[in-house]
Design a binder for this molecule. Structure first.
Ligand code: NAI
Ligand code: HPV
Length: 633
């Protein structure tokens, strides 16, 4: 465990919105006013007064007097208030409860709130009544709260400062709080440092004056190298999201405590190199190229999330060699692409692109010429993976015959018939649709020769990747009339944002349906992706679980026992033995160990007992061929 830097400074905590997520008086008002006809309006008035007081806009006494007058609370409301506040202790403070219990003699709660509700809440954290300095209520004979004890220094303006003078602590004092009056303790020279505590609320006037800003108590413990419950403060994990994934992604990462930055469009290589420093998690879609150079500039990257299916835009091996785990959403938008493809087949078979354009120009051309039903026609699916296979089922349901070609052996669904060669497929299909992935070997996979093999009048669909088709050859096959039409959703070069214009030789050709890479762009797919990918990444960060990573050895780990060592190394013989030698030399008790390798890296997870000295961690970092090492608890 971390050694304790001794002696610990005195820690002076604010209570409302720091120790707890809420303001005690707001909650009391909420409880006392239940059933009151103007409840919402009165609560809002009280909140506004609290905020004005905390931001230093009105004096504390004025704010307090006004709030109490509005309240109408009685003694009997206090027990439910305490019960509620116990459930609203700030997450990171609750998480580090052991720290409070261990160092309770160095901790004071100094608050303009009220002893009646503060004392019982902090008592659970080992903080005794003599370390709580707060106001006290006054009551009338009927038990109604009438105000606060005017003799208490905390009931007056500048009360916290006077309270600190009275406390007369003999050693460094650090103040942690969200309010202006907390900062004033430092301003008055009665504290050595003021930490603006922003886990629950960030007040700009307070943050601006702070020595440090604490998004969580973990951050404080981490900075001071004090014993903490988590191995690393989550607020230090920076997420950069590009290309507009659904807002749910940002929501999930933020809820986990990560800092999230977003950039609406894609970034080119140079721009990404500028932005990637300090980023722990990068989220992209199909546009952003994550090259070796980008990965070299990424000094803190743990994981990349492709918020889509394709991962050809990421140099997966280079990521792996640098210990960066990549996750995608392998089937969240599958159905959306399938529905688009089916629609396109029907639309092209009925010459809709042309007819629609002519109607918009005022031309009425009612004719059956060149139009056909898709029932009974042969659909040739190239790439019988998740999308290809699902399209196979849907196409059969509308009466098409399905043939497919894949370089891998695949389960034939329904009545689909496998073709042994691409040629076999191309020569018999009325409609050819591409659903292969974008691996580099597939560059210009379909070109002049392949189009020539297709039946005269056949239709061609590319919803896979732009570079797998020789676009000038496709344009020529359409212009010559050899192909009857095409639907293309993906292009070798796609605009970076919606403000850039689209240039391509397919523009203006007859019976060609062009779409701006929207195969997976449906509300359902985007929402699913924005949950699937963050969930995988958060799990990887928290537990080391690599299930469904596209470049890491997949390990589904059991529930963690005590501390977990995550070791990523180059896959050369002997590394596991060296790790275990280090552990044995330091007498570390292994509770469980899991290893998986692939051609480039080895991934070893070791669960060990909580008791070990820090040198073992350094020794493990120094094991030869280590790429990345982290400890989780
Ligand atoms: N237009 C859009 O918005 C979208 C496009 N896509 C693209 O669709 C691709 C396919 O997606 P899934 O079906 O989910 O992937 P998948 O990995 O399940 O299937 C791809 C299949 O293609 C096969 N394949 C690869 N190269 C081949 C070749 N040269 N000849 C024959 N078969 C080959 C593979 O063996 C595999 O079975 C993605 O990689 C992505 O590039 C995916 C989603 C949305
Ligand atoms: O899922 C895929 O591979 C796609 O092509 C969809 O890409 P997008 O997220 O729309 O940039």
């Amino acid at each position: 465990m971390n050694p304790t830097a001794a002696p610990l400074p005195y820690l002076v905590f604010d209570f409302d919105s720091t120790f707890t997520q809420v303001e005690g008086l707001d909650e009391l008002a909420d409880i006392a006013l239940q059933g009151h006809p103007d409840q919402a309006a009165v609560v809002a008035q009280i909140r506004a007064l609290t905020d004005q007081g905390m931001a230093g806009e009105i004096g504390f006494q004025e704010s307090l007097a006004k709030r109490l007058a509005l309240l109408g609370a009685t003694e009997k409301h206090l027990a439910p208030l305490v019960a509620r506040l116990r459930t609203k202790v700030s997450e990171s403070i609750r998480r580090n409860g052991d720290f409070f219990r261990r160092f309770a003699d160095r901790i004071y709660v100094v608050s303009s709130g009220f002893r009646e509700f503060i004392e019982p809440v902090v008592a659970e954290f080992g903080i005794t009544a003599d370390h709580v300095l707060a106001n006290t209520f006054t009551f009338d004979a009927a038990g109604r709260i009438t105000g606060c004890d005017p003799q208490n220094v905390l009931s007056r303006d500048g009360g916290k400062i006077r309270q600190l003078v009275l406390l007369d602590l003999d050693g460094p004092v650090y103040v942690l709080g969200d309010g202006y009056t907390d900062y004033q303790i430092r301003e008055a020279g009665l504290a050595h440092r003021f930490y603006a505590y922003t886990e629950n609320v960030a007040r700009p006037t307070v943050v601006a004056r702070a020595d440090e800003v604490l998004p969580s108590f973990d951050e404080f413990l981490y900075q001071l190298k004090l014993p903490m419950t988590l191995s690393y403060p989550k607020n230090r994990i920076k997420v950069l999201l590009l290309e507009n994934p659904d807002a749910r992604a940002q929501e999930l990462f933020s809820a986990e405590g990560y800092q999230v930055e977003t950039v609406p469009g894609g970034l080119d290589e140079e721009e990404l190199i500028q932005r990637i420093e300090g980023v722990s998690i990068l989220g992209i879609r199909s546009k952003t190229q994550v090259t070796k150079r980008v990965l070299d500039a990424a000094n803190r990257l743990i994981s990349i999330g492709a918020f889509c299916i394709g991962t050809n835009q990421i140099n997966l091996d280079a990521a792996m060699e640098r210990g960066v785990a990549v996750f995608n959403a392998p089937f969240s938008n599958t159905r959306s692409v399938v529905e688009l493809a089916l629609g396109e087949i029907i639309v092209l078979a009925r010459l809709i692109p042309e007819k629609n354009a002519r109607m918009h120009r005022g031309e009425w051309d009612k004719s059956a010429q060149g139009s056909f039903e898709i029932r009974g026609k042969t659909l040739g699916i190239v790439g019988y993976g998740n999308i290809g296979a699902q399209l196979s089922v849907v196409a059969e349901a509308v009466g098409m015959k399905v043939v497919y070609f894949d370089i891998a052996e695949k389960l034939q669904l329904g009545n689909a018939v496998k073709c042994r060669t691409l040629e076999e497929l191309l020569t018999q299909a009325d409609v050819v649709t591409l659903h292969i992935d974008g691996r580099p070997e597939n560059e210009r996979f379909i070109g002049e020769q392949e189009f020539a093999l297709m039946k005269p009048g056949a239709l061609f669909l590319n919803n896979a990747r732009g570079h797998v088709v020789d676009v000038p050859a496709l344009a020529a096959a359409l212009r010559s009339g050899h192909l009857g039409g095409a639907a293309v959703d993906v292009f070798p070069y796609e605009p970076k944002t919606n403000h850039e214009s689209f240039e391509n030789e397919l523009r203006g050709l007859p019976n060609v349906l062009l779409t701006p890479h929207i195969g997976g762009s449906t509300a359902e797919a985007q929402r699913n992706i924005a949950e699937f990918v963050p969930e995988r990444i958060i799990q990887y960060v928290n537990t080391g679980n690599t299930q469904q990573s596209v470049n890491f050895p997949n390990i589904q780990l059991p529930v963690q026992q005590a501390h977990r060592l995550i070791h990523i190394h180059a896959n050369v013989p002997g590394v596991l033995a060296r790790i275990n030698n280090v552990l044995a030399a330091h007498h570390v008790n292994i509770l469980g160990q899991y290893l998986k390798t692939n051609e480039l890296i080895g991934y070893v997870i070791t669960d060990i007992n909580q008791e070990y000295d820090q040198e073992v961690i350094q020794a493990l970092r120094e094991v030869e061929h280590t790429i990345k090492f982290r400890v989780l608890y």
